[in-house]
Design a protein around this ligand. Structure first.
Ligand code: BJW
Length: 230
């Protein structure tokens, strides 16, 4: 890569070939719920069991041993290792496939499936099994304060200052496997364009913000990402 600094954004499409369903694909419904119905603070208040079940199922699947990083995750880890300039990988995904592939310079802007957070203190805990509504929090010893460490609609995504700083200085922006329907991530291409970066979309099909990119490669992530970043 001839660029001095790269920011990469990934979405659900990069993990699709590892066996994790995307949110807005043909099989995107979970128990007939759209993601916009279960991934909200309001849903957690009104029906915490439903929301915990949604995340417990996904956690179980992630830890089942059937889900492993694919060639696209590995290609990004190699890019980070071999690239001599500034590199930042921002993922909207809450799975840990980038880490398992060897990525380190990584921000999970929508949180992490294998962590829980105390709503009272903000303290984080690793979780490797079910999170139950009645579990007592280790820090405050109360039931009902623990929640998945994920970013729901209406909540502020994580580490936005660091992300915007990197975008304002990047020479190249690569977006992989995201539909461009959810903000602020869908707006990152505009920030990168304003910084004068070369913007590239690698996706199965044009995203909702596809017109904003200077370059496109369409196809499955395991093929187009490896092909593009090598
Ligand atoms: C493949 C492939 C293969 C398939 N290879 N590709 C109006 C305008 C602007 C904003 C708003 C608005 N109204 C409301 C908002 C704000 C709202 C929002 O964007 N709503 C929209 C629905 C309109 N956003 C928020 O509330 C966010 N917070 C916020 O804005 O705070 C204020 C703020 C202001 C200013 C600065 C900063 C902040 C929070 C959003 C939180 C999203 N949370 C979720 C759940 C996380 C936990 C969990 O996983 O359960 O995040 S929702 C869900 O969508 C998840 C994803 O990360 C996110 C994006 O989905 P993604 O990754 O794009 O997946 P899909 O399924 O949509 O697309 C997959 C793509 O892959 C497709 O293109 C396929 O073609 C492709 N693909 N197979 C390559 N093999």
């Amino acid at each position: 890569m001839q660029y001095k600094s790269i920011v990469v954004l990934t979405g659900a499409g990069i993990s699709a070939e590892s066996g994790i369903r995307t949110f807005r694909g043909a099989d995107g419904l979970w128990e007939n719920h759209r993601i916009e119905e279960v991934a909200t603070p309001e849903a957690f208040v009104h029906n915490p069991q439903l929301v915990q079940r949604f995340y417990n199922e996904r956690r179980r699947q992630l830890l089942s041993g059937d889900i492993i990083p694919n060639a696209a995750h590995r290609a990004l880890a190699t890019l980070e290792r071999e690239f001599s300039g500034d590199f930042l990988l921002v993922t909207q995904n809450i799975d840990d496939l980038h880490e398992r592939a060897g990525s380190h310079k990584l921000i999970h802007m929508h949180g992490e499936l294998l962590k829980a957070r105390c709503s009272a203190s903000g303290q984080l805990f690793s979780i490797d099994s079910n999170l139950e509504v009645n579990d007592r929090c280790h820090c405050c010893n109360l039931a009902g304060t623990l929640r998945p460490h994920v970013v729901w609609f209406g909540e502020m995504p994580l580490q936005m200052d660091t992300i915007y700083e990197a975008l304002s200085q990047c020479a190249m922006f690569i977006s992989i496997g995201t539909s461009g329907n959810v903000y602020p991530a869908a707006g990152f291409v505009e920030c990168a364009n304003q910084a004068g970066a070369h913007s590239v979309e690698l996706n199965l099909e044009p995203s909702s913000v596809g017109d904003a990119f200077a370059e496109h490669r369409f196809g499955p992530a395991s093929e187009v990402v490896s092909g593009y970043v090598q």
